[in-house]
Design a protein around this ligand. Structure first.
Ligand SMILES: [Zn+2]
Ligand SMILES: [Zn+2]
Length: 303
């Protein structure tokens, strides 16, 4: 099952050096989940060959413009392109009012349902579940209320050893039971032990998304053992004072967080406009956590 994330924007605050404000597209089993929606997200989707119409879920971390200014445009385009199926938005509660105002004064009546789920309770909470995925929120420490998201794959059914089942003429009507781990007593007297005819499904993977935040141990418990951890790394560590004032994280701290929480791989992003090249940020994070990569726009990272 596909579980991967494509970076659409990696810049903090403003678009600069061909970097766009934050947005990511998560593909889980060919269902698409948009995570943050900075200005220019629509163009980025087009540039990298994704159809906005396939997005059914949007997760917005907080209401700084670099994380949602692209949303009204995206929603409007979906309307103009004739969308009828609902879209579900998980976001800070005031976003509902912001969108309503924008639609009101443009006299736009969106022709598809927008289902809005307010985030930012004070506790981590599960906000979404379907057959593929569970999504939990957690509280980050930023200048305004800010939510991180953890996307966890669901445990899949057991995998059938089809060659063996076919060669022993075991009827396909038994396959669903075998996938669920059941042993069989066949009418012809044969006993089919599940473990001989199936293998375990892949271990469910976890993607942690830490948008803008100070280094704060209180959320670390929500991101333990991520297979891929995205963490903002706005500044180099020589800018720690600035990071503390603006409630951001340094690349060194992002590396430390990945190490402390047992991440398999770290992806850093939300780069300050003061950095034209990003190698310094990468080197710094790698000095404490080797398996780090830069969030490069257009790149897809398997989780
Ligand atoms: Zn930001
Ligand atoms: Zn912010």
């Amino acid at each position: 099952m596909k579980f991967e994330v494509t970076i659409l924007g990696s810049s903090s605050a403003t678009p600069v050096y061909n970097r766009n404000p934050t947005a990511q597209l998560l593909n889980c089993n060919e269902k698409f989940y948009l995570i943050d929606c900075g200005e220019g997200t629509q163009q980025q989707l087009i540039k990298y060959g994704f159809k906005a119409s396939k997005i059914d879920y949007v997760f917005i971390s907080h209401l700084h413009g670099d994380h949602y200014f692209g949303l009204i445009g995206l929603l409007s385009s979906l309307h103009l392109n004739g969308r009828v199926k609902p879209i579900k938005i998980f976001a800070p509660e005031p976003l509902q009012e912001i969108l309503a105002l924008q639609f009101k004064y443009s006299e736009t009546v969106i022709r598809y349902p927008i289902e809005f789920v307010a985030t930012q309770t004070n506790e981590p909470v599960q906000i979404f579940e379907n057959a593929d995925l569970v999504v939990d929120t957690f509280v980050l420490n930023h200048r305004i209320p800010c939510t991180g998201f953890k996307f966890t794959q669901k445990k899949r059914l057991r995998k059938l050893i089809v060659d063996k089942l076919e060669s022993e003429h075991i009827d396909i009507e038994y396959y669903p039971l075998l996938k669920r781990g059941v042993d069989l007593n066949l009418p012809d007297g044969r006993i089919i032990l599940n473990k001989d005819y199936t293998t375990d499904s892949d271990t469910p993977k976890k993607y942690g998304y830490c948008s803008d935040t100070l280094f704060d141990e209180r959320y670390f418990g929500s991101i333990t053992d991520c297979d891929l951890l995205y963490h903002e790394a706005t500044f180099l560590h020589d800018m720690l004072d600035r990071a503390n004032v603006t409630h951001h994280t340094t690349a060194l701290q992002a590396g430390e967080i990945a190490k402390m929480t047992g991440a398999v791989k770290l992806l850093i992003g939300h780069f300050s406009s003061r950095y034209k090249t990003l190698q310094g940020l990468l080197d710094e994070a790698r000095s404490v956590f080797e398996n780090t990569e830069l969030a490069i726009e257009g790149n897809t990272y398997t989780i």
